[in-house]
Design a binder for this molecule. Structure first.
Ligand code: FUL
Length: 469
């Protein structure tokens, strides 16, 4: 028994010594935000009357009978999402035209009034069941702007919105994300609405505490300031929201794109972009579907800049994702897999200029729970020595963001036989930074974190030769 206790205490001491000291550097992400950061990429589905009228913004006075998909198949959406490597699907349960993809008791403009499945269908239900079956998560977009609802523009609409939100958040299982866009135009009465976002937000968290809520200013996730799918090369997960609101009162788009270096709250950016020019399906745009390469480029500029990618893939009038789009998605997955299949640093000999040399192997173990912490706040040098010369054009860096975002400036240098030369100078890292540079042939790569807000804590460093760029 005594030997046993001795062994346990020895093991504990070894484990403690193996981990560098952990001092969080706030603001910090919540548990839900951390889970969100691991998702990286998920699909957006814009679907509704606009799909059938060829519009982007329905007026709200469309006849509900226009909504009539001939072969709606939410399982096909979920299967394609999963195969593409997306971690979930966010559905436009209600877009600006006010049409509800579920039979809401609080509207007369819903699937119930359509011809689809003789008014007995429910797209939200079908998708939530499909996502559960296939094993991906689901999120929901409920447009606050409503061009159909008769009470829009009056205080009563806030109660209606809350009731519709309650229906969605209490009948279809758990959602991972609630999505609010910033558009606020006039309703059918020609009036704009004063939204009671505080009440919406508090209620949503009460019904589904595990949610992350997206909007221009969070509270959980922020808009990235453009709809082209790219985040700033400098991208802080931090944002100051005091004095700002959603929509026209949002922070400047470059602030949303880059965050605030000393921002008060952890509100990371999500890049929303469509695989086609429009958000809804238009047959004329079949020829304009983004290529796998273009999608990979978006991935580099969103996930590779430390945020998440929300990629819109709108189903066509049959109610299925069009073959053109799914082919592009599969090509995109193949490029990603090939690009990051072989980490050239896994067997590298790693050295640093710090006192923390014992746990350097944590940098290359691809374990999301382990990390390496420097003992220097400024000028941390890491050298990765390969057993032989290799060609590479990319380095992937990850911070242990659970303890805060720290790195401000870093450089990547390669050894050419005589000296090191710089191939990349970057700013923030955050959850993930995919650095791409001209192809190099080398056996030594030096990474220097020249400036940091606190001692750098890295969970991973990897090196790749990406052939499809
Ligand atoms: C915007 C909307 O106005 C667009 O129609 C689309 O839904 C996009 C994702 O958000 O605010």
């Amino acid at each position: 028994m005594r030997n046993c206790l001795l062994l346990i205490s020895c093991l504990l001491t070894v484990a403690l010594l193996a981990q560098p000291p952990v001092k969080p550097f706030p603001p910090l992400p919540s548990k839900e935000q951390l889970q969100w950061h691991e998702k990286e990429f998920y699909l957006f589905i814009h679907f509704g009357p606009n799909t059938f009228t060829d519009k982007e913004w329905g007026e709200g006075n469309e006849n509900p009978s226009v909504f009539n998909p001939t072969a709606l198949d939410c399982e096909q959406w979920a299967r394609i999402a999963k195969k593409a490597g997306a971690k979930g699907i966010i559905l436009t349960a209600k877009h600006h035209d006010g049409f509800c993809l579920w039979p809401s008791k609080f509207s007369k403009h819903t699937v119930r009034e359509s011809k689809w499945q003789n008014g007995k269908g429910d797209v939200v239900k079908a998708l939530s069941e499909a996502c559960k079956k296939i094993g991906i998560e689901m999120g929901i977009y409920i447009s606050p702007w409503d061009r159909n609802h008769p009470v829009y523009g009056t205080p009563g609409y806030n109660d209606v919105y809350l009731s519709t939100m309650k229906e969605l958040l209490t009948h279809y299982g758990k959602f991972f994300e609630l999505w609010w866009d910033g558009a606020n135009g006039e309703g059918p009465n020609g009036k704009k609405q004063q939204y009671d976002f505080t009440r919406f937000q508090d209620s949503a968290f009460k019904w589904q505490p595990q949610l992350v809520i997206f909007s221009d200013i969070g509270p959980s996730i922020r808009w990235c300031g453009n709809e082209n799918g790219f985040l700033g090369k400098t991208n802080w997960n931090l944002l100051d929201t005091a004095g700002f609101s959603r929509g026209s009162g949002a922070p400047p788009t470059d602030t949303l794109n880059q965050g605030n270096v000393n921002g008060r709250y952890w509100i990371p950016a999500e890049a929303d972009v469509s695989i086609r020019p429009g958000w809804f399906y238009h047959a004329a745009e079949d020829v304009k579907v983004k290529s796998p390469k273009a999608l990979f480029n978006l991935y580099l500029q969103s996930v590779g800049h430390g945020g998440n990618l929300l990629l819109n893939v709108p189903p066509d009038r049959t109610g299925k994702i069009n073959a053109t789009d799914s082919t592009a998605l599969m090509g995109f997955r193949k490029i990603r897999e090939a690009a990051f299949a072989t980490d050239l640093f896994t067997q590298a000999k790693i050295t640093s200029n710090t006192h923390q040399n014992k746990t350097l192997d944590k940098l290359t173990d691809h374990d999301i729970n382990t990390f390496w912490a420097s003992s220097h706040q400024q000028n941390t040098v890491l050298i990765f020595e390969l057993s032989q010369k290799k060609q590479l054009n990319s380095v992937v860096l990850e911070e242990m963001i659970k303890y805060g975002q720290r790195v401000q400036v870093f450089t990547v240098e390669v050894f050419d036989g005589t000296s090191y030369h710089t191939v990349f100078t970057g700013t923030t890292i955050g959850r993930k930074k995919i650095v791409v540079f001209e192809k190099q042939e080398t056996d030594k790569i030096k990474i220097t974190i020249t400036h940091a807000k606190a001692v750098p804590m890295l969970r991973g460093v990897a090196g790749y030769m990406i052939t499809t760029l």
